[in-house]
Design a protein around this ligand. Structure first.
Ligand code: NAD
Length: 263
């Protein structure tokens, strides 16, 4: 990356765990100031912040915004600008999952998934755009999913939200196309984070098989490579999207799914 991210400022939502934390680590490793965000015990979040600052030497902040609350999302953007003197990179990554057939899908889970996995990105992009424009260089990256391109059974809210974020990615890309701002999606297949571990454990328990056997079964069903995508690989794609080589890439899915959506 050379020095191209040194002195830039980023907000990564849902970055106290999994993919978001790897993305924050990669940006900080390039000398970018990073505002972390995510739910969790305040002491644990502070430890994640302090560890990342010590590990990378970058300026690291933490904002506790709940991504289902638009006013808190706006505050996270404002506090990032206040802390770092501007904003260049917005990664909309926070996400949750709930698995159930439509006729048994709890309404409150639908509302929460649409709010956190889709509407939060709209609120964050709306609040961030004036700052990206002011800075004269901006990157918006939305963590979508293979489920932004194809469906799976019993994941109606997640699939709807992830397809929605693909639409929002394209709409943002064409509204900013003439500016030094791009907006893209990263579409992972299975990544073994706490979000997926919960699904593996639930399925293993239901079938009465071991967690490791069920992890292999999960991969075999969908991901032809039969390997999990790693958070570090996704962080690498984020860095690429922030590099000059990606200046003309906007509005597209960067798919890292081991062949899932090629079938
Ligand atoms: P994770 O559970 O490890 O991390 C999710 C993060 O989002 C955590 O930091 C959590 O605190 C945060 N979060 C959840 N609800 C929030 C809220 N209301 N407000 C603020 N933060 C909140 O999960 P992950 O697998 O790293 O998921 C990150 C993103 O990647 C999600 O958008 C997910 O849909 C997407 N994704 C994951 C996979 C996978 O296989 N793990 C595949 C495709 C896409």
């Amino acid at each position: 990356m050379g020095d191209s991210l040194k002195g830039r400022a980023a907000l990564v939502t849902g970055s106290t765990s999994g993919i978001g934390l790897a993305m924050a680590r990669a940006l900080a490793g390039e000398g970018c100031s990073v505002m972390l965000n995510g739910l969790g015990d305040p002491g644990e979040c502070e430890k994640i912040r302090a560890d990342l600052a010590a590990e990378t030497g970058a300026e690291i902040g933490y904002h506790p915004a709940d991504m289902s609350k638009p006013a808190e999302i706006r505050d996270a953007v404002a506090k990032t600008v206040e802390a770092f003197g501007g904003l260049n990179i917005l990664v909309n990554n926070a996400g949750i999952q709930h698995v159930a057939p439509i006729d048994a899908f709890p309404e409150e889970k639908w509302d929460a998934i649409i709010a956190i996995n889709l509407s939060a990105a709209f609120h964050a992009i709306k609040a961030a755009l004036p700052h990206l424009r002011k800075a004269g260089w901006g990157r918006i990256v939305n963590t979508a999913s293979a489920h932004g391109l194809v469906a799976s059974v019993n994941k109606s809210a997640y699939v709807a939200a992830k397809h929605g974020i693909m639409g929002l990615t394209k709409a943002t890309a064409i509204e900013t196309a003439e500016e030094p701002i791009t907006c893209n999606a990263i579409n992972p297949g299975w990544v073994r984070t706490p979000l997926v571990e919960a699904q593996i454990r639930a399925r293993a328990e239901e079938k009465g098989v071991s967690v490791e056997d069920e992890a292999i079964a999960l991969l075999s069903e969908k991901q032809p490579s039969k390997k999990f995508t790693t958070p570090e690989q996704l962080a690498g794609i984020l860095l690429f999207l922030c590099s000059p080589a990606a200046d003309q890439i906007t509005g597209v899915p960067m798919v890292a799914d081991g062949g899932w959506t090629s079938q």
